[in-house]
Design a protein around this ligand. Structure first.
Ligand SMILES: C[S@@+](CC[C@H](N)C(=O)[O-])C[C@H]1O[C@@H](n2cnc3c(N)ncnc32)[C@H](O)[C@@H]1O
Length: 248
């Protein structure tokens, strides 16, 4: 077992791979004023597809779920076949910075907890051409909720290689891309625990029995635990915000 394999074993066994919940996906979706019911949707960084199924319940068109980890996509295909949704849910294994789609193909791009991988503004700039004129982009990403976050928290984010901006700074980045910002909506705290940190910490406890003393593997488990601990301690200072945007 390599550290990367252990990382994916934890993630593959979780109901979702980032903070989020059905209620929040539905709420963010409710800000889209006139999306066609049979919308063509692209779900970027879909993971094992938690929000893909929510989107399938909210629309009647097709959803293309993309990720660069094929195992997540295989799980989505299997579940879609089981649910009779194989004509509506398709998968594409691709990197989010070189998606194999032509311009204007989608009514809606949706991405929960994944745009940080490219960077917020870079991701929006790269994905905007893929939606039709008047089409929508909805992404969730980390933002500071309070000024002056504690030093320990800032250092942790730095170590993760990513520092959140405030919602206002992100709104400015949205404007830089030429998209219209329709609304911002904060993921409720329950969306961090129920389907994310609670199952993550359960898996960490299980895997510690086997790998807790392995010097190469225990840091992977420590880093999951540390992430949850940062949120428990400092959740007042940051969180996830949905940015609901429209292409002009
Ligand atoms: C934090 S998870 C979010 C997953 C899912 N949207 C959710 O909320 O449960 C980020 C996802 O992005 C995927 N990912 C990482 N790097 C990627 C890349 N370069 N291109 C496409 N997907 C990537 C990961 O495999 C993972 O599924």
């Amino acid at each position: 077992m390599t550290p990367e394999e252990l990382f994916y074993r934890v993630f593959e066994s979780m109901p979702r791979q980032g903070p989020g919940c059905t209620g929040a996906t539905r709420k963010a979706f409710s800000y889209l004023p006139d999306l066609p019911r049979n919308a063509r949707v692209l779900d970027i960084g879909c993971g094992s597809g938690a929000q893909t199924w929510d989107l399938a319940a909210l629309t009647t068109g097709t959803i293309t779920a993309t990720d660069n980890h094929q195992k997540f996509l295989d799980a989505i295909t299997t579940r879609a076949e089981k649910d009779g949704l194989q004509d509506r849910i398709r998968t594409a294994c691709a990197s989010m910075d070189s998606l194999p789609f032509g311009p204007g193909q989608f009514d809606l791009i949706w991405s929960e907890g994944a745009i940080f991988i490219m960077g917020f503004e870079q991701g929006l700039t790269a994905w905007k051409p893929l939606v039709k004129k008047g089409g929508y982009l909805v992404v969730s990403d980390a933002a500071w909720f309070e000024p002056d976050p504690p030093e320990e928290l800032v250092r942790w984010w730095e170590k993760e290689g990513y520092i959140p901006l405030t919602e206002q700074e992100k709104a400015e980045q949205v404007r830089n891309t030429g998209l219209d910002l329709l609304a911002m909506y904060r993921l409720p705290e329950a969306g961090w625990w129920e389907n994310y940190y609670v199952p993550m910490l359960e898996r960490v406890t299980e895997f510690r029995k086997e790998y807790g003393k392995d010097p190469a593997l225990s840091p992977v488990l420590d880093s999951f635990q540390n992430e949850a601990e940062m949120y428990r301690k400092y959740r007042r200072y940051y969180g996830y915000t949905f940015f609901i945007m429209r292409a002009p």
